[in-house]
Each structure stands twice: as C-alpha cells, then as structure tokens.
Design a protein around this ligand. Sequence first.
Ligand code: GLU
Length: 436
Amino acid sequence: MIVTTRFAPSPTGQLHVGNVRTALHNWLWTRKHGGRFLLRIDDTDLERSKEEYVEGIRADLAWLGLDVDGEERQSARFALYEAEFERLKAAGRVYACYETPEELEIRRKILLSRGLPPVYERKPDRAPVPDGVAPHWRFRLDHDAPIEWTDLVRGPQHFDPGTMSDPVVRRADGSWLYLLPSVIDDIAMGITHVVRGEDHVSNTAAQVQMFAALGAAPPAFAHEALLVGTEGKLSKRLGSLGMASLRDAGIEPIALAALLARLGTSDPVEPVTQMAPLVESIDFARFGRAPARFDEAELALLNQKILHHTGYAAVADRLPAALTEARWNAIRPNLATVAEAAEWLPVFDGPFAPPVPEAADRPVIEAAAKVAPGIDWTADPWHALTAAVKEATGAKGRALFLPLRRALTGRGHGPDMAELLPLIAKDEAIARLAAA
Ligand code: GLU
C-alpha cells in the first residue's frame, strides 16, 4: 500500500492559513511514509470556480514547499461520476426526489415543532411522480449498517444512519454536490488517508456508506480540530489571511510550516529551518481535539527566531550583493525579516550620517579617532580599539561601548560589535569616528 493523500480545495477563493494547514498535514504525512501527495481541484461548481484561484493555489503550495505528485481536476472527470451514479441508481442507492426547497422547509418546521429530529422523510417507492419536474437525487443510507470508523485524531466514531437525512448528491440541473464525486475520486485515486477539518465529520459519516455502496473499503480518516484566531474563533481576518499578505509581511514559508505543523499538537513549536523535523514528527495521535489557536504575533516571533540561524545559502538570492556571508551572519540575530537586511548596508558601506554625540561621550570618540589608524583591522579591531580607548580615557562598560557603537553604526543597538567592526572598512570606520 502506497500512502496516498490529497488536498482538495475548491478554487472559489484564495487559500487561507486554515486550508494551508490541512495541505501541510497531508503533505507531511505522505513524505513521512514515502507516499504520494495529490492536488485535487474540486471545481465541479463551474460558475464559482476560477482559473486564477487554481493558479493561486498552485503558487501557494509551491511557496510553502509542498511539492505535489499529481494534479487532478474534478471538472475533467464528469464521465466517471456519471457512470458511478448510474451504477448506484441501478442498485437503488440513489433515488429521484421532487420536493421543492419550500416543501422541505415546511416539513422540517413541522418535525421540529413536534420535537422530532428534522430528518428527511423518504417517500414510498410508488409515490406519484410530478409532471415536468426534473428530479434531484439523494443517496439512500442503509439504516441497518451502523457507521463506524476509528478516526486518527478523534478516535472511535459512531453514527446511527437512521438519524441522518439521505444526502442530496446531485441537483436537478445535473450538477454535482461535493459528497459523491469526492468518494468516487478517493477510490479511483487510491487515497489511503483523508486528512481534513473536523467540519467534515458528518460528511464522512455519509461518505463511509458511499464507499461501501461503490464496493470499496473506506480510507483512514484524520479530522483535525479547526484553526481559530487569538479571540477563540475563526475571525474574518484569519479566514481571509492569504499567503500573499504573509509573504509581503516577510514571513518565511518555513516559519509558517513550523507553526502550522505543530499548532494544536502535543509537540512544541520549534524554530526549524528545514521541513525534515516536521516530516519526522507528524503523528495524528498527537493532535489535540481542542481548536488550534493561530497567533500572527507568534508567527512573527518564530520567523525572527528562525532567521537567527538561517544559513546564507538559503537567503543569498534575496540579499543585495554587498551583503556577504560574514555580514549576513553578523546581522541575522537582529533581523525580523530578510528584507530588513538591506537596511544594514549603509552601516557597512555608507552613505553614513554620523549621529551627533552627547557631550559626555566626546572624549571616548575622540580617543577612538586618534588610536584607530594604528589598529590592525585584520585581527580583532573591536577589542583592540576598546582596550586602547579604555586606557586613554578610563571609560568602561556601557560608557565605553555605547558611544562607539553609535558613532560607528549610527544605532544604539545591533549585532555584536566584535563581529561587525571587521566587516566595516577601516577607512570608513576612521572617517565615522572623525566625523562624530
Ligand atoms: N473541496 C472540499 C473542501 O474544500 C474537500 C473536502 C475534502 O477534503 O474531502 O471542503
């Protein structure tokens, strides 16, 4: 058995963090098991599906590093759905229905008013067929076959089909609802694990019987708790938070993956720089049942932590050429985003407008300007410089280091000066001290 999963978005909008999390878990699971990860575009709704969203979905998965082993589109598979539908019809597992939405709503209200569950009531087999009305179609649940599965996240699940409405699978205009094509595809594509949000649990209950009706064993199911915002529900903002806005905010794909892989699980979120440890650790048994809380501030902080040990090779193509490996290594502990690195270029190479030093700091800077020309810049210029200035002025600690840092970098804080100073040209450093 080759572990095979699919991510099955409807291309009716851009992906948000919640969808991407589901995609990631599917991908991690297959990579862990050497399996196949499919992208299935659920575009049966021809009106609402848009090509630009399909492209957006592909681009977002690629950005996150989720490579796919195949792509399928439901709109190219209508012939298969038709054939399977005919098979179910012949077997009496789908049947024609003629009620209008209004009639159904009235029946629902009557049942509720009698304190009964609003379950769809089947008509007797020989009920009269109204003239000139195209039917819609329902799947006939088998009331004698209890619905059970052991969910990889939720544990044993049990549904009584007698308390469920026969689901509509096809509209009167011939178009498909999500339920049946999904099962037909899961069978045809050899899907072994269906990983999706827990909002699909009741769909799964009906789908379990569809697998059986089509003569297939159901796949394993993992229904993950939903993602919520810091306020405890899926806010509008979170529900629409797309990859483009995260990318524009300087979030690295690996930071998003690191957070989404572990959020809501019993494994800690860690500042990893590679997917490998996330692949290694994915285990649905470690997923919690409570909603996973997504916090943008936590993501920003994680992004920062990850940059602090991100190697030059991973970012070189996004850095100005003058930001060499040594310079990257020096500044990365001070970066929140890769884009910020460019802000350090003037600190290395100028142009540089020296800040006006406070009067009390002048002696330190003047002493430094005097001794700097005699210092060997190829060794450890910062320690040599501070030692000489300390001897000349008696200044020490903050009173020694801070004025020099300000005069040499224009900033009150930043990377370790011992690492930074050798990366600023000697002439440039002397000029800055003299100008201050
Ligand atoms: N197109 C469905 C959705 O986006 C797919 C659900 C599934 O994974 O089966 O909700």
